[in-house]
Design a protein around this ligand. Structure first.
Ligand SMILES: Nc1nc2c(ncn2[C@@H]2O[C@H](COP(=O)(O)OP(=O)(O)O)[C@@H](O)[C@H]2O)c(=O)[nH]1
Ligand SMILES: [Mg+2]
Length: 260
């Protein structure tokens, strides 16, 4: 699997995330070396690129890619374009999502999901957030609007998503959103392509130092949602599966298996 980490001035938060991934790669049942990381350096002015390059090892290859176009969406898109693997994922540099999600996502893919998305909005999700009141209010309005573009998905914005490689490369090539709303366009386009999207609960612990500035990025994110609806007007999903999205059979099956 190739895992993309978009990074803009992440010298403080990236090292611990790369260490945790390396521990995961070493402990994985799969052959060591099967987890490859692509850090996409989004024109950072700090030591992000050097830190990422230094983390490269035979146990976990780390490739550093430069993306001069600012924005998380642009960075992840550039990363996906550089992938070749059967399975491609992306996660934030802060490591807020517990890495248990890697195994949960792999299980869902093995059970037939095309896209496995981590969620902070399901009953079993565990979140420890310290968002300001204004960000929380903005986020709730955002979720309502995003929900119209990807019905049935409770949390489009969790930083952790895994997809079939071919699907990811096709969908991202068509995606134009450069900022934080790119997840919505990616999910909406994957849905149009008939992909089976499985949303699963994650453990998410807020890591201080968020690069998301509610005023600056918040308004831009809403504007991006409007652009996405405009671009996607008239398109209809190949398989209208909205009813099955929130609790897809694969998720139920996974939990049942885990609890058995
Ligand atoms: N703000 C910002 N973040 C970027 C950019 N490019 C990549 N990123 C990354 O996108 C991710 C956003 O996660 P984070 O800052 O934790 O935001 P939050 O979790 O939504 O509060 C991090 O890995 C950033 O380094 C960019 O141009 N601006
Ligand atoms: Mg974060």
């Amino acid at each position: 699997m190739q895992l993309i980490i978009p990074a803009y001035n992440e010298e403080a938060r990236l090292p611990a995330t790369l260490r945790a991934l390396r521990r995961h790669a070493l402990g994985a049942v799969e052959t060591p070396g099967s987890l490859q990381v692509i850090v996409v350096d989004n024109a950072s002015t700090d030591r992000t690129a050097a830190i990422a390059a230094a983390a490269d090892s035979p146990a976990m290859r780390v490739q550093v890619l430069a993306c001069p176009t600012k924005g998380k969406g642009a960075a992840v898109r550039a990363g996906v374009a550089a992938t070749t693997a059967d399975v491609v994922g992306f996660m934030d540099a802060d490591g807020a999502t517990s890495l248990d999600a890697l195994q949960d996502a792999a299980d869902l893919m093995a059970r037939g999901a095309d896209v496995a998305i981590g969620s902070r909005g399901l009953e079993d999700s565990i979140t420890m957030a310290r968002h300001s009141r204004s960000r929380a209010v903005g986020a709730s309005v955002y979720r309502k609007l995003a929900g119209r573009l990807v019905p049935g998905v409770a949390d489009t914005q969790c930083g952790f998503k895994i997809m079939r490689g071919e699907l990811a490369r096709t969908v991202f090539a068509a995606t134009e959103t450069v900022g934080f709303s790119f997840d919505v366009e990616v999910l909406a386009r994957a849905r149009m392509a008939g992909a089976r999207i499985a949303e699963f609960p994650v453990t998410w612990i807020d890591v201080p130092g968020s690069s998301f500035m509610p005023l600056r990025h918040g308004f831009a994110s809403f504007a991006e949602l409007a652009d996405i609806s405009w671009r996607m007007r008239g398109l209809r999903p190949v398989v209208p599966t909205s009813a099955g999205l929130r609790r897809p059979p694969v998720v139920t099956g996974l939990r049942a298996a885990a609890e058995a």
